[in-house]
Write a protein that binds this ligand. Structure first.
Ligand SMILES: Nc1nc2c(ncn2[C@@H]2O[C@H](COP(=O)(O)OP(=O)(O)OP(=O)(O)O)[C@@H](O)[C@H]2O)c(=O)[nH]1
Ligand SMILES: [Mg+2]
Length: 378
């Protein structure tokens, strides 16, 4: 830890955007803030470090190194504090959102599970089905939430309802908001701050994983706090393989519109260069419905040509990944599913494909990214 922290009135000064301890000496370390910016910030009562400044004004990320030790320290702090844990997951990347040791880390504290980003869900989807799916995935990871809520931190949908629930469950205790990086924890807390104080976008948020660097304490009316925390890095998140520009092409930006493909057996769909689905055993033409970012490029080809096509066109037609980043994406690995009821094949972080019953499909995703099957949501 740096020794050159800034102390004002006996307290260490932290960047309000990312939680890092502010320092003015080392440009390459977290919390760096030029003297002049520090002075202005202190006068206003809101100091932003240089990295946050760049993220907020230019959408430019400065990579930093955070060690697992820092996260572990923070987590162990949570286990010894009597608090309500709000565990935020991205409903588009549920598997990538899971923290298998969470229940152990939080000790006896209760966990409220919050599925974020419902604004992009297709309108036909039943929210209860999503909640059941979230609860089931949490249970599979040893996490036993006391309740499940769905929100959109971006559009504010469900946030009021969530706040009522949080107030009821916290029983005068503090609230820790935890989750893997990029699920929208800071965006959610910004909504909460906006509702109570009118201040907009206080905490830095960005489409890059690893935005929040240390815990950020926001006071609640009763003297307790709501605490934003840095996201834990889940190496299985698709987001870690992609650049900022690519993330924008993959993360749904608007409500998802289903795209239907009538496929003959032995046909393949490519989802840009990041996923693939082969229609294997089946007798006739069938409808396959794709739920992914509306502008993500989907290419149909014959199964027999698919390998060759991928090899030739990865990085140009099949993009993202771009020509420059295609080598940093793990190669696609396959998994075959015998479909006995109408099902969704979920490629975590990318979306899902609803497939008909009575067939087999082979789904492909970059090695490490989970592919799962579930009963169709729609
Ligand atoms: N569509 C949609 N996007 C969201 C929502 N909430 C957050 N996002 C986006 O998700 C990305 C990550 O948001 P952050 O709030 O920075 O995520 P975080 O969990 O704080 O991330 P770390 O600080 O890295 O742990 C940003 O691009 C947000 O705009 C939401 O409700 N809907
Ligand atoms: Mg954050």
């Amino acid at each position: 830890m740096s020794t050159n922290e800034v102390i004002v009135d006996g307290a260490v000064v932290r960047c309000i955007g990312c939680g890092a301890k502010v320092q003015t000496e080392n440009k390459d370390e977290i919390g760096y803030t030029p003297q002049s910016a520090l002075k202005n910030g202190l006068a206003k009562g809101e100091v932003y470090c240089q990295r946050c400044f760049r993220l907020r004004h230019y959408n430019e990320i400065v990579p930093v190194n955070l060690s697992d030790d820092d996260f572990l320290k923070l987590l162990s702090n949570i286990s010894t504090t009597d608090a309500l844990i709000v565990f935020v997951v991205d409903i588009f990347d549920v598997n990538g959102s899971m923290i298998p040791g969470l229940q152990r880390f939080v000790g006896d504290n209760q966990i409220l599970l919050v599925g974020n980003k419902v604004d992009v869900l297709p309108s036909a989807i039943k929210q209860n089905k999503i909640k059941d799916w979230l609860r089931q995935r949490a249970n599979a990871n040893g996490i036993r939430p006391i309740d499940v809520e769905l929100v959109s931190a971006k559009s504010n949908y469900g946030v009021d309802h969530l706040l009522l629930k949080v107030d009821k469950l916290r029983k005068g205790r503090s609230v820790f908001v935890v989750g893997v990086t990029n699920v929208g924890k800071s965006t959610l807390i910004n909504q909460i701050i906006r509702q109570s104080s009118g201040i907009k976008d206080l905490i830095t948020t960005s489409r890059f994983p690893g935005t929040t660097l240390d815990q950020i304490d926001i006071p609640l009316d009763d003297g307790q706090q709501i605490v934003d925390t840095p996201g834990i890095i889940q190496p299985q998140q698709m987001a870690h393989f992609l650049s900022g520009k690519e993330l924008k092409l993959v993360n749904p930006q608007k409500r998802i519109k289903p795209r239907v493909y009538q496929l003959n057996p032995e046909q393949t769909l490519f989802f840009a260069g990041l996923g693939r689905l082969d229609y294997r055993d089946g007798r006739s033409k069938k409808g396959f419905t794709v739920y992914m970012e509306n502008n993500l490029y989907i290419h149909r080809t014959k199964l027999e040509n698919a390998d060759d096509f991928y090899e030739r066109h990865l990085g140009d037609l099949l993009t993202p990944p771009s020509e420059g980043s295609k080598n940093s994406i793990p190669s696609l690995v396959s998994q075959t599913f015998k479909v006995e009821e109408k099902s969704d094949i979920v490629i975590e972080g990318l979306g899902w494909i609803t497939v008909p019953n009575g067939i087999s499909v082979t789904a492909w995703a970059p090695k490490g990214v989970a592919v799962l099957i579930r009963p169709a949501m729609i």
